[in-house]
Design a protein around this ligand. Structure first.
Ligand SMILES: NC(=O)c1ccc[n+]([C@@H]2O[C@H](COP(=O)([O-])OP(=O)(O)OC[C@H]3O[C@@H](n4cnc5c(N)ncnc54)[C@H](O)[C@@H]3O)[C@@H](O)[C@H]2O)c1
Ligand SMILES: O=C(O)[C@H](O)CO
Length: 327
């Protein structure tokens, strides 16, 4: 079986593919045009897919009929049309759990960075503007005992809630598609409606999986209902926030600050007005960027492809229904 890996990944994953006797194609240059990417996909049986700039939609599947499985190098699969994959019996792999600690660490870091204005103050130092000790300048807010609202309490949301509860004794409220009994028991978390979540959170952290219906869910009418001291954190997908409204909400002090690891679009333009605000911290989608998580992701994606090549079910599957729909 021929496997296209569209960017270099930690060697452990590539070694697993080669040891399984698979032919591996990694392009010499990494920033493929859409056309180049399609040609690689047309000439291979499987793709170990890094990044989300190209979509796996009907057009893709029509143009690349050889592709029999896709092993995503991510847990998120919002760039894949799962219905189309199912229709064509294509198992889609992803990388759950292994990156939950790393990604929730980034949500936790953003929460603190915004609360204590760390990136603003770091920028001041870099600008040679240390400033005098000023009892009134750039004051942050403490997180102890505050209410953390988790939108989407799954794997990463749970880790963020647990860390924040332990570190700052934060009260956890959450909104999710299903109740999470473990969080209710372990963290004394309270299930609330979306309305209650936005109205009661001092920090609101988004961890839900993105779907097109949720585009711009966090818009001005929502920001208007949030507390004026609220910090908005998003490490899930940039599509959840309307960035124009977020900017307006921040300058009109509807909310207090924002920390983003994901933006819409990505990369964020350096002209984005959000970058001019002292109460905003933006990171370039680095949630899973630790050696441990990225190595684990490489191994899981490789495991998926190796299993497929042996005619087995892929172990980390984003569309398990693909295996049951014809049975
Ligand atoms: N910033 C990064 O680098 C990075 C890294 C990993 C994951 N992510 C993002 O984080 C997301 C979550 O990952 P996970 O492993 O925790 O997924 P998960 O499936 O374990 O958890 C997501 C939870 O969100 C809930 N949910 C979805 N839509 C909802 C809605 N409208 N209302 C309420 N709840 C809703 C689901 O029920 C689920 O419990 C991924 O889909 C991905 O987009 C980002
Ligand atoms: O979903 C994920 O795993 C991250 O966003 C990396 O793409």
């Amino acid at each position: 079986m021929k496997v296209f890996v569209n960017k270099r990944i930690p060697e452990a994953g590539i070694n697993m593919l080669k040891e399984a006797g698979l032919e591996v194609f990694i392009p010499e240059h990494e920033n493929l045009s859409h056309e180049e990417w399609l040609i690689f996909c047309q000439n291979n049986d499987a793709i170990l897919s890094i990044g989300a700039e190209f979509k796996y939609d009907k057009d893709f599947f029509d143009q690349c009929p050889n592709i029999k499985t896709i092993a995503l190098y991510s847990v998120g699969f919002d760039h894949v049309d799962i219905k189309e994959a199912n229709r064509r019996n294509i198992p889609v792999g992803n990388t759950p759990d292994v990156l939950s600690k790393a990604t929730s660490d980034i949500a936790f870091l953003l929460m603190q960075s915004v609360a204590r204005r760390a990136s603003y103050n770091f920028q001041k130092v870099k600008d040679g503007n240390w400033g005098d000790f000023d009892p009134l300048h750039a004051l942050g807010q403490e997180l102890y005992g505050k209410t953390l609202g988790i939108m989407g309490l799954g794997r990463i949301g749970f880790e963020m809630a647990e860390k924040s509860h332990k570190a700052f004794d934060m009260k956890i409220i959450y909104h999710n598609r299903n109740r999470n009994e473990e969080a209710e028991k372990k963290l004394n978390a309270t299930y609330v409606s979306f309305e209650e979540l936005i109205e009661q959170s001092d920090v609101l952290s988004v961890h839900a999986n993105f779907t097109p219906e949720q585009k711009d869910l966090f818009n001005m009418p929502v920001f208007e209902k949030m507390k004026s001291n609220a910090i908005f954190i998003n490490t899930a997908r940039g599509g959840f926030q309307n960035e124009k409204d977020l900017y307006e909400a921040l300058i009109s002090k509807q909310i207090w600050g924002a920390g983003l690891d994901v933006t819409n679009p990505e990369p964020m333009s350096k002209e984005s007005p959000l970058l001019e605000l002292s109460n905003v911290c933006v990171l370039p989608h680095i949630g899973s960027a630790t050696l441990e998580a990225r190595t684990g992701m490489a191994k899981m994606a490789a495991e998926n492809i190796v299993a497929f090549s042996k005619g087995e079910k892929i172990p980390y599957c984003a569309n398990p229904e693909v295996y049951s729909k014809n049975s």
